[in-house]
Design a protein around this ligand. Structure first.
Ligand SMILES: Nc1ncnc2c1ncn2[C@@H]1O[C@H](COP(=O)(O)OP(=O)(O)OP(=O)(O)O)[C@@H](O)[C@H]1O
Ligand SMILES: [Mg+2]
Length: 248
């Protein structure tokens, strides 16, 4: 639980640093680049080594600017605050599709409501983690992301048609070493939600259900949420009891 709280605090801090980087260093670099264009236009008036220095500076500035943007994007998903979960996810998935060559089907309603910052960020991070896992571990050529809203809950399903999770690597089992899914489970629990994993040799489906109304108290770890997720039955996936755990 402490880990999840720290993750939330880190999210806030990361968002602040990302905005700061973009707005201060990023803007200053943009201004320097504009000035450089003026100098570059007159390089014929200076010595060859000086002109070379000016052109190298311009290239380095471009690179620093790109790196700052990348760091800022990694710290906090761009667009999430401005355009909301649906559009930010579509944008991210399109990039993933190009990089990974995995055919990702997106099933997200165009009119998906806005949720709290922490709910939107948690679902965004979950989809990111699951797609990375699909790319790294599943061997699946396809994936499907589905976001649905029902009552006061939002549900995310991330599916692949890969080889499935080795039993001993499932979160909760002693041999599990990954931080990804365990961290996601804790993050969701802190928001009163649940994470279920259904995996067999036909593929893996990760389902998160989150209350969209902020809980007033942290939901205690229940046996169901905490148990190792060696779930193989479809019934476990369609269970929407996450909503019942909502407080406040
Ligand atoms: N979609 C998937 N298909 C097959 N196996 C998976 C899939 N997702 C996860 N796994 C298995 O479950 C394990 C745990 O995943 P988890 O994301 O927690 O850790 P990781 O990806 O190994 O490391 P980390 O996320 O900390 O970088 C993985 O090591 C992998 O063996
Ligand atoms: Mg992982």
């Amino acid at each position: 639980m402490l880990t999840a709280r720290m993750t939330m605090l880190q999210d806030e801090e990361n968002g602040r640093i990302a905005r700061e980087l973009h707005d201060s260093a990023g803007q200053l670099l943009a201004a320097i680049a504009m000035n450089s264009v003026l100098v570059e236009a007159e390089t014929h008036k200076v010595s060859a080594p000086a002109a070379k220095g000016v052109s190298e500076n311009a290239a380095m500035m471009k690179e620093v600017s790109k790196q700052i943007r990348t760091i800022s994007y990694l710290l906090h998903p761009p667009l999430l605050d401005e355009v909301g979960l649906g559009s930010a996810l579509r944008c991210y998935i399109e990039g993933f599709l190009e990089r990974s060559k995995i055919d990702v089907k997106i099933d997200i309603p165009m009119d998906l409501a806005r949720f709290s910052e922490e709910v939107e960020l948690s679902i965004f991070r979950l989809v990111q983690e699951c797609l990375t896992n699909i790319h790294r571990h599943s061997g699946s050529p396809t994936a499907r992301i589905r976001i649905t809203q029902k009552g006061a809950c939002v549900r995310a399903d991330i599916e692949d048609a890969g080889k499935g999770m080795p039993l001993e690597r499932e979160p909760g089992s002693p041999a599990h070493t990954g931080v990804g899914l365990r961290g996601m489970r804790e993050r969701l629990r802190l928001l009163g939600g649940t994470l279920h994993i259904c995996s067999d040799s036909d593929g893996t489906r990760v389902t998160a259900i989150l209350p969209t109304v902020r809980a007033t108290a942290v939901v205690p770890a229940t046996q169901e949420v905490d148990r190792p997720v060696a779930l193989t039955s479809e019934a476990s996936i369609t269970d929407e009891s996450g909503c019942a755990r909502q407080r406040g």
